[in-house]
Design a protein around this ligand. Structure first.
Ligand SMILES: NC(=O)c1ccc[n+]([C@@H]2O[C@H](COP(=O)([O-])OP(=O)(O)OC[C@H]3O[C@@H](n4cnc5c(N)ncnc54)[C@H](OP(=O)(O)O)[C@@H]3O)[C@@H](O)[C@H]2O)c1
Length: 258
């Protein structure tokens, strides 16, 4: 297949591009960067979903699109809905047979601003008339790692320790996304989660055992429906614990490499 990957320079996109190449697909990566670092064999196409620049050319002649681009982090998904709409409009005009949208477990149950925008993106995909798959995954190991690396040297780290997560390796989620993409439009795919649901207290305990920091973690009770959603684990899918790699293995590997 000829595949366009949006977000192919990101946490999920990088291993997805690798996997697609290994499977013998022809891969184009849409990026706002002038010369993104890509694995051998992948072609970069300049494009920006927030302006529409380069999108029509990027989808021209492709069979499938793996849509993993998002204004993540402090961007809170701003512009994602319009960007997804632009991508789908271009995909429809170009006759693309299948678009897989990477989404997040629980976005319809936790009223986080980013999640509301992801849900709106899903609606755009559903109403697009383009053959599609919506693939929801739980939080990546890499996301929690980024958060803990940022605070691990603080003498005292206040955290909502009762929040629950089901961390999954981005590489495993990427592999599943690639299989689904190759299988053709599926509608809503089964949720994809890591092998275990853990509280933030448990996740940080593993982290501290391996890395010896942070010195102290204190629980903070956060009010509101978002916090309640994470406490209840509405962002998890314990009956779809398909990922294999455990949080402890991830932290151990991370600590060995520095
Ligand atoms: N992180 C998690 O824990 C997690 C869990 C489940 C699902 N997801 C979902 O998985 C997807 C990928 O997440 P991630 O963590 O891999 O993201 P990420 O590492 O933050 O990467 C974001 C990607 O989006 C691209 N991008 C952002 N704005 C763009 C724009 N205007 N035009 C074109 N490309 C743009 C970036 O490409 P350039 O910078 O090269 O332009 C980059 O490759 C997202 O939809 C996210 O919601 C994430």
């Amino acid at each position: 297949m000829r595949v366009l990957v949006t977000g192919g320079t990101g946490t999920l996109g990088r291993p997805a591009v690798q996997r697609l190449l290994q499977r013998g697909h022809e891969v184009r990566v849409l990026s706002r960067r002038s010369s993104p670092a890509l694995p051998h064999g992948a072609a970069a196409v300049y494009g920006d979903l927030s302006t529409g620049a380069g999108i029509a050319a990027a989808v021209e002649g492709v069979d499938a699109v793996l849509h993993a681009a998002s204004n993540t982090g402090i961007g809170l998904g701003r512009g994602d809905v319009a960007g997804t709409q632009r991508l789908l409009d271009a995909a429809r005009s170009a006759g693309v047979a299948h678009l897989l949208y990477v989404s997040i477990v629980g976005i319809d149950r936790i009223p986080l601003v980013y999640y509301r925008r992801k849900l709106a993106c899903e609606q755009v995909v559903l109403g697009s008339g383009v053959g599609h798959t919506i693939f929801r995954a739980t939080q990546f190991h890499e996301l929690l790692t980024g958060a803990l690396l940022a605070v691990e040297r603080w003498p005292l780290v206040p955290l909502p320790v009762s929040w629950r997560f089901q961390p999954v390796a981005a590489e495993e989620a990427a592999a599943c996304a690639v299989e689904l993409l190759a299988a053709g439009p599926h509608g809503r795919a089964p949720d994809f989660g890591g092998p275990e649901v853990m509280t933030l207290a448990e996740l940080t305990r593993v982290w501290r055992q391996r890395r010896g920091r942070p010195g102290r973690v204190v629980g903070i009770p956060l009010p509101g429906r978002v916090s309640l959603g994470f406490r209840l684990g509405l962002n998890t899918c314990p009956s779809n614990a398909s990922g294999r790699r455990r949080w402890a293995e991830h932290v151990a590997a991370l600590s060995e490499t520095g």
